[in-house]
Write a protein that binds this ligand. Structure first.
Ligand code: FAD
Ligand code: DLZ
Ligand code: SF4
Length: 515
């Protein structure tokens, strides 16, 4: 791509604004006060970012295509943009920035706070390395700033999403009644978000697909050649890569799927990959959609049942903001804990989908194809399995960071390390989300097509989730038995015979050794 600035031979610029691959909006704080005559933008595709995880090929296409389209739009609007395309000779942000500073000679470097600690650490070294002042600005796309979360968290005995969420609802006056209480009388309609799919629901509208244009198509061809070793299927590629396309995807969700989002939020079926989910996280996370616009659009649909509106709002201003707060509050140490001392290697089938467990096979194959799985698949199938099998948290986190198009560490790590693995010892959630095959059978149709029998509790045909569930609690009894939310689990264990415990251990060891 042509380097506009070098072409124009500007000898010195004022601010060099660095925009990262997940900051693709002209509302980004690093562009506040941008002066088109004196300032310039730098965007870089670099090998470090490509190689720090085994990113799904669709994720690579999404990010680079969205970056290139964004750079193109900025230039059309009259911004000076230097754009560095990926190449083996472009190893890191720091190395590239150094070269660009030599050419552009800026007075100041300006950047919005990155989404990952690893990158923040790198940026913090620029001041000294380049002897050019570097300003890191807050990421104002979020509802809750990091300092505000830290203030909220300070002195609390425990952090809980629900308390945080209510604070956010009050602060932004979202879904409140005239007296300032929750609209409809309840803060949370979670109990209405757990319906199984009925047989006669009819056709579920699929998410909007977008035809790759020339920029995307040529990227697909290049990436196919250069990064064929990366995970997942690159085609068919149908994601939005521009703001206009992402906006159309949002409209499509609100018009066609939001109504049933609430009731069927926890449901799963092998025939539908997306159900009533929005499939918007990847656009939100890279800047193609603004969370504030998304909330606004959803709130305008006031004819839709409250359990869908509230359920959706809770995910965005509740969970999304809460996990980001937890991440920055506890980094860099957050990912280092291993509460259960879990150390089993991630089985190969996580990368291939080659397993006889139908629920896992289905969720993983879908992940290979789409770089997407909805929340309950990530939580209760792959996540639950990782927890009760005692898989090494670092390997599990690496997997989630690689395979999903929406995966950036600020959101992936708390969800994986905290929510599913409880490796943080209960910072993020109040108990581990362990479940037996019964839960998966209740919420899906996976068990019908499975070689294992979900009703069987022991022996070679029994559903592995059934014995692994008890094995997990038996192995971790000392660490968990005082948790009041696990009272029923441990009262059952107290009544369990020695023979039964022995059988659970036998079945589990045999199964885990065979992985
Ligand atoms: P919907 O179900 O339509 O939800 C609406 C929006 O709410 C999402 O787009 C997302 O922005 C937000 N949201 C919902 N749940 C969460 C949550 N727990 N944390 C943060 N935001 C949430 N989400 C990511 O964006 N990136 C990740 O890397 C990621 N990793 C996850 C790993 C695990 C183990 C688990 C259990 C969850 C993870 N999530 C992650 C959260 C959630 O699964 C995805 O946001 C969601 O599946 C994306 O699909 P959707 O857009 O259709 O979401
Ligand atoms: C995920 C990703 C990839 C694969 N490549 C790039 C890149 O080459 N250049 C870039 O600016 N951003 C990329 N990203 C997104 C970054 O990883 C993301 O901006 C940081 O993780 C945020 O800290
Ligand atoms: Fe999964 Fe067990 Fe059901 Fe098979 S029987 S699909 S392994 S829950």
């Amino acid at each position: 791509m042509v380097n506009e600035l070098t072409k124009k031979k500007i000898s010195k610029i004022r601010n060099l604004c660095v925009i990262l691959g997940d900051q693709l909006t002209d509302k980004i704080s690093s562009l506040d006060g941008f002066d088109k005559k004196q300032d310039s933008i730098l965007m870089m595709e670099v090998m470090d970012e490509i190689e720090y995880a085994n990113h799904h090929k669709k994720k690579l296409v999404l990010i680079f295509s969205a970056m290139r389209h964004f750079a193109h739009d900025l230039r059309k609007k009259g911004y000076n943009v230097t754009y560095v395309e990926f190449d083996k000779s472009k190893p890191s942000f720091t190395k590239e920035l150094k070269e660009q500073c030599n050419i552009l000679n800026p007075e100041k470097i300006v950047i919005t706070h990155p989404g990952e600690y690893r990158v923040l650490d790198e940026i913090k070294k620029w001041n000294n390395l380049f002897k050019i002042p570097t300003t890191i600005l807050e990421d104002t796309r979020f509802f809750c700033q990091i300092s505000e979360f830290n203030e909220w968290a300070a002195g609390r005995k425990e952090l809980r999403m629900e308390t945080f969420y209510q604070m956010m609802r009050k602060k932004y006056k979202i879904l409140l009644d005239e007296k300032g209480g929750p609209k409809g009388g309840k803060w949370n309609y979670d109990v209405k978000n757990r319906k199984r799919l009925p047989k006669n629901l009819g056709n579920i509208p699929e998410p909007l697909t977008h035809k790759p244009d020339k920029i995307t198509q040529s990227l697909i061809e290049k990436l196919k050649k250069k990064f064929s070793n990366h995970f997942g299927e690159i085609e068919p590629f149908w994601f939005a890569v521009t703001h206009d396309e992402a906006q159309k995807s949002l409209d499509d969700f609100v018009d066609n799927r939001l109504e049933f989002f609430g009731p069927y939020e926890d449901a799963m079926t092998q025939d539908e990959k997306f159900l009533f989910h929005s499939v918007l996280s990847m656009y939100l996370n890279i800047g193609l959609l603004d969370p504030k616009d998304v909330i606004q659009k959803v709130l305008e649909k006031n004819s839709i049942p409250i359990e869908s509106i509230e359920g959706f709002i809770r995910q965005i201003i509740g969970w999304r903001e809460y996990v980001r707060g937890v991440y920055w509050h506890y980094m860099p140490k957050y990912g280092e804990s291993n509460f259960f001392g879990a150390k089993k290697n991630l089985p190969d089938f996580f990368w291939t989908g080659d397993t006889e467990m139908n629920c896992l096979k289905n969720c993983i194959q879908q992940t290979i194809q789409e770089s997407y799985a909805h929340h309950i698949q990530r939580l209760m199938v792959t996540g639950n399995f990782s927890l009760i099998s005692g898989l090494d948290p670092k390997q599990v986190c690496d997997w989630y960071l690689s395979v999903y198009a929406d995966a950036f560490e600020w959101v992936e790590l708390p969800n994986t390390h905290g929510m599913i693995l409880y490796a943080d010892g209960g910072i993020l959630g109040s108990k581990p989300y362990a479940a037996s095959g019964n839960y998966i059978n209740k919420m899906s149709d996976y068990c019908k097509g499975c070689r294992y029998d979900v009703k069987k509790k022991q022996g070679k045909d029994a559903c592995p989730f059934n014995y692994l569930y008890w094995d997990f609690f038996l192995k971790n009894q000392k660490k968990l038995e005082k948790n009041p939310r696990l009272w029923t689990v441990f009262s059952t264990i107290k009544k369990m015979s020695k023979e039964k415990k022995k059988q659970i251990a036998l079945d589990s060891t045999k199964f885990l050794n065979g992985l």
